[in-house]
Design a binder for this molecule. Structure first.
Ligand code: CP
Length: 308
């Protein structure tokens, strides 16, 4: 059976733990200079139909560490610009004998559609407003490193939840590991279906982050907002920015995460983004190691909570 990684929602907690354990092990070995190659030069296609810095480069770095061959594909410059469909594009890559696809697309569900036509694993590298499972895995590893455990932590996800696939993946993944999830933001940036997500809604920043051990800031996704969701950036910043003053409402040892890219001075200010509480650089580093483990997971599976 082919194993795809399309959504954190679909992962069992034992699978999440297995991937995180493997990522931590890879981190130790790579940092110690060990050669961890075992990919036998199998071919992994990186299909990015939307811009990316962190996810694309970290998948390429992960694949390189493991000894896979990476083929980069972007919609621009491909035959999709001549009208070729996504289905025919995926079939073309299948019959060119690629063995795994890592895919980012602006449409929610596009990687799931690709999985129907490809005959190897497909990993979702972010699809529309749906999910970004490997980001959530990297965030979980970061929280584990800083806090030791995720069970019982209060995690406040602050800002533009409506447009955020990171928020959805983190809510599913961290709640499976026992965290209490809070969605915090203006009514216009919280999805209408929050009742179907594992978390509680807060419209007020102070009560939403009160005593939270983890504060996850989200980028205001202005490129996905065509309909005046906020009255002004200034007002949003005054009400929802995480800065030294607002962070006082959270737990005294709260850590701050942000998936990037940052709108510095909007959802988070420089003083917090560059502070000891900030995990932003660790999230980027851990992104490489969870993507190594994710590649292993789709190719080799897990056994008793560890990678096979
Ligand atoms: N966090 C994240 O997905 O960043 P990129 O868009 O740079 O990949």
């Amino acid at each position: 059976m082919i194993r795809h990684l399309l959504a954190a929602r679909h992962l069992e907690s034992s699978e999440i733990t297995g991937i995180l354990n493997a990522a931590a092990e890879y981190k130790e070995r790579v940092v110690n200079g060990e050669n961890v190659e075992h990919g036998n030069r199998r071919s992994v296609g990186l299909l990015f139909f939307e811009n990316s810095t962190r996810t694309r480069v970290s998948f390429e770095q992960a694949a390189n560490y493991l000894g896979y061959r990476v083929l980069n594909f972007s919609g621009a410059g491909s035959s999709m610009s001549k009208g070729e469909t996504l289905k025919d594009t995926i079939l073309t890559l299948r019959y060119e004998r690629l063995e795994c696809l890592v895919m980012r697309h602006k449409a929610s569900g596009a990687p799931a559609l690709a999985a129907n036509y490809f005959n190897g694993p497909v990993i979702n590298a972010g699809d529309g407003q749906h999910e970004h499972p490997t980001q959530a895995l990297g965030d979980a590893l970061t929280i584990l490193e800083r806090k030791g455990d995720i069970q019982g932590l209060r995690v406040a996800i602050v800002g533009d939840v409506e447009h955020s696939r990171v928020a959805r993946s983190n809510a599913w993944l961290l709640s499976k590991l026992g965290a209490e999830i809070r969605f915090v933001g203006p009514r216009t940036l919280l999805p209408s279906h929050t009742g179907k997500l594992p978390g509680t809604v807060y419209y007020d920043l102070a009560s939403g982050i009160a005593d939270a051990e983890v504060v996850m800031c989200l980028r205001l996704q202005r490129e996905r907002m065509s309909d005046g969701r906020i009255s002004s950036i200034g007002e949003y910043t005054r009400m929802y920015q995480i800065n030294r003053s607002t962070l006082r409402y959270a737990h005294p040892e709260a850590i701050v995460l942000h998936p990037g890219p940052l709108n510095r001075g909007i959802e988070v200010d420089d003083a917090v983004a560059d502070s000891e509480a900030s995990c932003i650089n660790e999230q980027v580093t851990n992104g490489v190691f969870v993507r190594m483990a994710a590649l292993d997971w789709v190719f080799r599976g897990v056994k008793e909570g560890q990678l096979a």
